[in-house]
Design a protein around this ligand. Structure first.
Ligand code: FES
Length: 185
């Protein structure tokens, strides 16, 4: 009888211990979740950070045959309004002997995968040799961009045609947000 009472007492003890153990485990899980949440939340870029990583560009004042240079994430980007002649030259040379072969239309594809508009090309303004900023037309035998540093010559699609640069001018990621507006980044 005394033994039975002792067993019952032992059962109470073990139940109390289990409860304490479970309660402590639950508190630890809540604590861990509370610690992880601010960490995860920090990994979502805030809206103002996202805004800094993109550049909105109004193209309405950029005449045919003109280009503007805008800054995106601290780097210069050319947005060129190409003439019919520049477009024709770029498309004709899709089949030329290119160092870094790429069709002109492929260089206009927007960030969302939609086709671009042949009149507008958006290029990172950095020579792929050593990073100088090329100039348009002056000195280019291909009617495009010429890098004065070591003579890399790019065509009207920004493809490398002559000189030490190893590859085409990089396309900046962009999308049209209106008939005459783009967002870069
Ligand atoms: S940096 Fe442009 S050719 Fe060298």
């Amino acid at each position: 009888m005394a033994e039975a009472a002792g067993d019952a007492h032992a059962g109470d003890e073990s139940t109390r211990r289990d409860f304490i153990f479970i309660a402590a485990g639950s508190a630890a899980a809540v604590g861990a979740a509370a610690t992880i949440w601010p960490f995860i939340n920090q990994m979502n870029p805030a809206a103002d950070t996202r805004a800094l990583s993109t550049t909105e560009v109004d193209l309405s004042a950029v005449e045919l045959g003109q280009q503007i240079k805008v800054m995106w994430q601290g780097k210069p980007v050319f947005v060129r309004h190409r003439t019919a002649e520049e477009i024709a030259a770029a498309q004709r040379d899709d089949f030329a002997n290119l160092k870094d072969p790429q069709a002109d239309a492929d260089r206009l594809i927007q960030e969302d995968g939609q086709a671009g508009q042949p009149e507008w090309i958006v290029l990172q303004a950095s020579c792929t040799h050593l990073g100088c900023v090329p100039t348009f037309a002056e000195g280019s035998a291909f009617g495009g961009w010429f890098c004065p540093c070591h003579g890399s010559d790019y065509d009207t699609s920004g493809r490398i045609r002559r000189g030490p640069a190893p590859r085409n001018l990089d396309i900046a990621p962009y999308v049209f947000t209106g008939p005459t507006a783009i967002r870069i980044g």
